[in-house]
Design a protein around this ligand. Structure first.
Ligand SMILES: *Cc1c(COP(=O)(O)O)cnc(C)c1O
Length: 469
């Protein structure tokens, strides 16, 4: 069907060996690019710089298991999963076809974090983990919890009184605020979310309904974080969830990896030298894709190839990867997208970040496959295609991962990467995972608007998600 087929996001290759002036010109002009890394280091070395080890991922998985009974008690939607917050890994053959991905290039799977319960986005992983880790530390310190005890005691009046005397705060473009606000308020914490100007009204309204204090800032994401950090510094009872520097957040994301490995096994997908795994992860500040890439690299080593997806006008992680290389050497160690002449304006609110997390950049540098950028209009088209071919309801940010296979296949930089790693003749047996990172709680009215825009961009009649295509 012609209205479902996808014209590849024009991949102007940003190869390491391309003319740097030309590459930078494409990036700075907001044209889609793919940059592939030529580093292949020890996958644990980046974490080690910040005191993060593979054992920390195991400890995080164990912490989430300890909290599962409490979460099942607090959130009825977690009954079925006994308190585990996880998403499905699904095959999507019609979507694969619509994306123009031939079977000879591998098999497409979708990691459905757009439907993660409680928070409705990938932020349920990192955000909720950090609130739980903080609650655990407080409860242990106050003798309300014995190591190895039943964590459901944290729903008791005594525990709630303790949490009510403490505050959890965060700066966010929306989704992290939702995850932190919902989890903190469910435990009884006072919760404050500093929202950037990009944050959608419905996300603010949803939080206020839960009794979360929403502080609106006129500036961008980095300014909302800075304002939140300042307010929190002045208050010793306040724990500030720092999206740019938090180990706990990053580890919450990394904990997705062991579960994903079991899901791949259950689907009969092997990952080894003969069967490479490609993972396409929408990237904002870098914590979510960085944590997941770190976790996967500890399991699969050089056989997993993680590519991060960013909006063409907010490619902060790509800019960060280029910092210190001859292309951007003049911009210092932590440049922003404004420094290369971009405006950070995008409808992909979850990715509207001007400056990457240096923590995430350090952790990821030795193990990253690459970064590519996607135009907003193209994300809308992908949003429509996902609905029409797989009944998947996602927000624009979450669609960016779906552009990955075409970017890798159709760009000179992608082809060069596959050749360099000796993968070109192994693609037929490869697995590609597009991580759809958010969308569950987008209100129907808002979703119809997003979908109509995608349908118009695709030249298709507007159809609601799930309607017969
Ligand atoms: C936050 C977010 C991301 C990226 O996470 P970062 O940690 O900011 O890189 C991707 N998709 C959605 C929907 C998000 O909300």
């Amino acid at each position: 069907m012609s209205d479902l087929s996808i014209v590849p996001n024009p991949p102007a290759a940003l190869a390491a060996d391309a003319d740097p002036a030309f590459s930078l010109a494409d990036l700075a002009a907001g044209r889609p690019v793919l940059w592939a890394s030529d580093e292949a280091g020890d996958p644990a070395s980046g974490g080690a710089l910040h005191g993060i080890s593979p054992a920390d991922v195991d400890a995080t998985v164990e912490r989430l298991a300890r909290f599962a009974p409490l979460l099942a008690l607090l959130f009825p939607e977690l009954d079925a999963s006994a308190g585990r917050i996880e998403s499905e890994l699904v095959r999507a053959p019609r979507l694969q076809q619509a994306l123009g991905m031939p079977e000879g290039f591998g098999t497409l799977l979708v990691k459905a974090d757009h439907a993660l319960p409680v928070a409705g986005s990938i932020k349920a992983r990192g955000g909720i983990h950090e609130v739980l880790e903080h609650a655990e530390a407080l409860a242990l310190a106050h003798g309300l919890l014995a190591p190895g005890g039943d964590y459901r005691v944290l729903a008791s009046p005594a525990a709630r009184a303790l949490f009510a005397a403490h505050q959890v705060a965060v700066g966010s473009t929306g989704n992290l605020g939702l995850a932190i606000g919902v989890m903190a308020s469910a435990l009884g914490f006072e919760a404050v979310v500093h929202m950037s100007a990009d944050a959608k009204e419905w996300k603010k309204a949803r939080l206020r309904k839960r009794g979360v204090e929403v502080v609106e800032h006129a500036g961008d994401y980095a300014e909302a974080v800075a304002a939140g950090r300042r307010a929190a510094d002045a208050d010793p009872r306040c724990h500030f969830v720092d999206d740019e520097q938090s180990r706990s957040l990053l580890l919450g994301y990394a904990a997705a990896a062991p579960h994903l490995a079991r899901q791949l096994q259950a689907l009969g997908r092997t990952v080894d030298a003969q069967h490479p795994l490609f993972v396409y992860l929408p990237c904002g500040v870098g914590g979510a894709p960085g944590g997941i890439a770190y976790g996967l690299a500890q399991i699969y080593g050089p056989h997993v190839h993680c590519f991060f997806a960013e909006p063409t006008r907010s490619p902060c992680f790509l800019v960060q990867m280029l910092a210190g290389t001859p292309v951007l050497a003049h911009l210092g160690s932590n440049p922003s997208v404004y420094d290369v002449g971009l405006d950070n304006r995008t409808e992909a609110d979850g990715l509207a970040v001007p400056r990457a997390s240096e923590l995430a950049a350090d952790v990821v540098r030795p193990l990253l496959g690459g970064v590519y950028t996607v135009e907003d209009e193209y994300m809308f088209r992908l949003l429509h295609t996902a609905a029409a071919t797989a009944s998947i309801r996602i927000e624009p940010s979450a669609a960016a991962g779906l552009a990955g296979p075409a970017m890798l296949r159709a760009s000179a930089a992608g082809q060069a990467y596959l050749a360099r790693r000796g993968l070109a003749d192994r693609m037929a047996q490869s697995t590609h995972i597009a991580w759809t990172t958010g969308g569950l709680f987008v209100p129907d009215e808002e979703y119809e608007r997003l979908h109509a825009r995608g349908a118009a961009a695709a030249g298709a009649p507007g159809r609601p998600a799930g309607a017969a295509a």
